[in-house]
Design a binder for this molecule. Structure first.
Ligand code: ZN
Length: 418
């Protein structure tokens, strides 16, 4: 595959627009065999290779969206609420429909195709409380060859009828799904606690026990997104030192934990996340749209990855979300480079998921999960691109102007899917 290849060899330093961690090879070739990258070179390969010529286009590793909700496509762009009333008014009714297996399967198909059409080839996904919604996602991802982490949502209180499980049945469902899908093809299971308020202490303890029994399992949840939510958690768990401590006390904060948002964390929480090797999935468009708060990215000592959080987020496109991440830091008086942003959406997320050898880069040995992007689309972006003088300027302008319409092709394990 020929194109302008861009990826990272390390984490770029904050604020560094000329970073040694950036690897940009203009008009180079990637050699791909059996779904994996086997080489990267300037010279044209010999005639025995089949060619995909993307000369003059930008080739990036497929994006990794570390927090997104499959059943919420239909509530994207819903008006007028913050987190807790947003759940009640829009999200819970949409999720209830996924009790129907046909609805779950159709929802998973549309969702996975939409991820690919946005340039996202790996994702950590919330389905619903219904076991069938997790099965549908696993099966749909396997059919597309995608790297997907998901698990049945646990919620046994503070949710409407049709959206609550109980500890015993939930545990049986998790064990069955882990047996059938965890480690199969490119799938992995995440113990999925919606958030502390919708699980009883008994259910949280069960979730922690599942993680302790198998260190290869992921864990996904939400933490410290919104101030009213943080206050509610303090009321429900008066013995906990903080919101994060509710999860820590039952063993849910570990190196495969993906916690969405993390806006309202204190210094002890931040140290704990770093010690445990856990990651925060930063969800910029969601945080702006729901008015949740401005994430302190430069102050994070822990791993930070990027996420759309659709339907709280307003776009599955990670470039759109990276632009929103830049705007959040601008409001805080900081500056997010294109390098730090793109790294977090590719290599940074892969490393934080302990998948750095497999995804997130364009190196020999990694899966050929690749997206080909038009540098510019339309007269405004074309004029801006032509005026760019150096690499960071060009890539940053791309990041501010691009969305899924710039995606020229998307390959998953070497197979063209878009
Ligand atoms: Zn979320």
């Amino acid at each position: 595959m020929r194109g302008d290849l861009l990826d990272f060899t390390a984490a770029p330093a904050w604020g560094d627009t000329e970073s040694p961690a950036v690897r940009f090879d203009r008009d180079h070739w990637l050699l791909i065999e059996d779904g994996r990258i086997v080489g990267r070179q300037a010279a044209e390969p010999d005639a025995s290779w089949a060619r995909k010529d993307h000369a003059g286009q930008l080739v990036l590793p497929g994006f990794i969206d570390t927090h997104v909700h499959c059943p919420q496509l239909e509530v994207i762009g819903s008006y007028g609420t913050e987190l807790l009333d947003w759940l009640q008014r829009y999200t819970f009714p949409a999720e209830r429909a996924f009790a129907d297996p046909a609805r779950s399967r159709a929802g998973a198909e549309v969702f996975l195709d939409a991820l690919l059409a946005s340039g996202t080839t790996s994702a950590v996904v919330f389905p619903t409380v219904h076991k069938v919604s997790a099965e549908a996602l696993f099966e749909g991802a396997a059919a597309r060859g995608m790297r997907l982490v998901t698990g049945k949502v646990l919620m046994d209180r503070h949710a409407p009828d049709g959206l609550r499980d109980d500890v015993e049945q939930a545990e049986r469902d998790c064990v069955d799904l882990i047996d059938r899908f965890h480690g199969r093809e490119r799938l992995a299971y995440a113990v999925t606690v919606r958030f502390a308020p919708t699980s009883t202490p008994e259910q949280l303890a069960m979730a922690g026990a599942l993680c302790r029994a198998d260190a290869s399992l992921y864990m996904q949840t939400h933490v410290a997104e919104n101030r009213a939510e943080v206050a509610w958690v303090a009321q429900l768990f008066p013995q906990a030192r903080s919101y994060l401590d509710v999860y820590e006390c039952v063993g849910l904060v570990h190196e495969r934990a993906v916690l969405a948002h993390g806006i309202w964390l204190d210094a002890a929480d931040k140290r704990l996340l770093a010690e445990r090797g856990a990651q925060v999935a930063h969800c910029p468009s969601s945080n702006l749209f729901l008015g949740s708060g401005l994430f302190d990215w430069p102050g994070a000592e822990f791993n930070v990855s990027l996420a759309s959080d659709v339907g709280g987020g307003t776009s599955l496109s990670l470039p759109r979300n990276l632009l929103d991440a830049y705007k959040i830091q601008a409001l805080r008086g900081a500056r997010l480079t294109a390098w730090a942003a793109l790294h977090a959406a590719t290599r940074g997320a892969a490393e934080a998921l302990r998948l750095g050898g497999e995804v997130g880069g364009l190196s020999a040995g990694q899966a050929a999960d690749l997206c080909v992007w038009d540098w510019a689309r339309g007269p405004v972006a074309e004029a801006r691109d032509a005026a760019a003088r150096e690499l960071h300027e060009r890539v940053f302008a791309w990041m501010t102007q691009a969305d899924e319409r710039n995606l020229a092709a998307c390959y998953v394990a070497g197979q063209r899917r878009v």
